[in-house]
Design a protein around this ligand. Structure first.
Ligand code: NAP
Length: 232
């Protein structure tokens, strides 16, 4: 089966956090210029994926905000908005979240039958629900996206649980990491990446594709599968 090209995207503080501690107000890490860059990446993909944890915490819309970019998609014969995808193991999804009520198609990857049953009961026809297995969840989920849903390019916008799994399982093709000039300084804040056995272990060096200053933040683009033990 053909899996999509998987692009992970995140903004972190200098000390590696995605957000402050759970329960506090959402931390704005990036700047308007970089949000516009993220919008352009969204406009380039077929689907955007976030975990149910991010929906619960941030209640995002996840749209392509630029009218010109949406018009260009339509002119190119693509849907106005990318498909919006989330993954849940609990099935605890709130039908009032903005995610369901803006943009184009929505798809829930429900891990296990019980999650699928709960998601269907909660959402009705707000989203398509696809049940994926509790074993080999991510390879199967990517096969579903690339196969029956025709997704060639997938942008993953977090949170940390998902980024960690996709990097650990060597399923990410590209990582866009924005470093914001903030120091969170809370040991219980939300980390970008959890402990995991990453491809090649701690001595493996990811290939750096690009660095770009965007106002007061820096974008680092990496190819996570292209590793070496030597500096290059
Ligand atoms: N700075 C940034 O760029 C950025 C971007 C996105 C998010 N964030 C922050 O990240 C935080 C949320 O991150 P998070 O790690 O808590 O949540 P997350 O990665 O968004 O979602 C985790 C949830 O996804 C589901 N899930 C993921 N993998 C699964 C698997 N293999 N099997 C079954 N279910 C799976 C589970 O949902 P259920 O709980 O429903 O089972 C799990 O609790 C928030 O603070 C948010 O603000 C920051």
């Amino acid at each position: 089966m053909s899996r999509p090209y998987v692009l992970l995207s995140a903004a972190v503080s200098i000390d590696g956090f995605l957000d402050t501690r759970p329960g506090e107000d959402r931390l704005m890490l990036s700047n308007p210029e970089d949000f516009d860059r993220v919008d352009s990446v969204r406009a380039s993909v077929d689907a955007i994926l976030v975990g149910a944890g991010t929906l619960r915490t941030d209640n995002p819309r996840l749209l392509v905000n630029s009218e010109e970019r949406r018009a260009a998609r339509v002119a190119a014969g693509r849907p106005e908005y990318p498909l919006k995808v989330t993954i849940t193991g609990s099935g605890d999804l709130d039908p009032n979240w903005k995610f369901w009520h803006h943009g184009g198609g929505k798809l829930v990857l429900a891990v296990g039958q019980e999650a699928g049953r709960k998601a269907r009961a909660a959402l009705g026809d707000l989203a398509e629900i696809v049940v994926v297995p509790t074993e080999h969840t991510w390879p199967v989920a990517l096969d579903v996206l690339g196969g029956s849903h025709g997704i060639h390019r997938l942008m993953v916008e977090g949170g940390g649980t998902i980024h960690t799994q996709l990097l650990e399982q060597a399923l990410a093709d590209e990582l866009h990491l924005v470093i914001a000039p903030l120091l969170v300084g809370q040991s219980d804040a939300v980390r970008m990446l959890g402990p995991a056995h990453y491809l090649g272990g701690p001595t493996a060096r990811l290939r750096l594709l690009e660095t770009r200053q965007i106002g007061d933040v820096v974008l680092l683009r990496y190819a996570p599968k292209d590793i070496s033990t030597e500096p290059r």
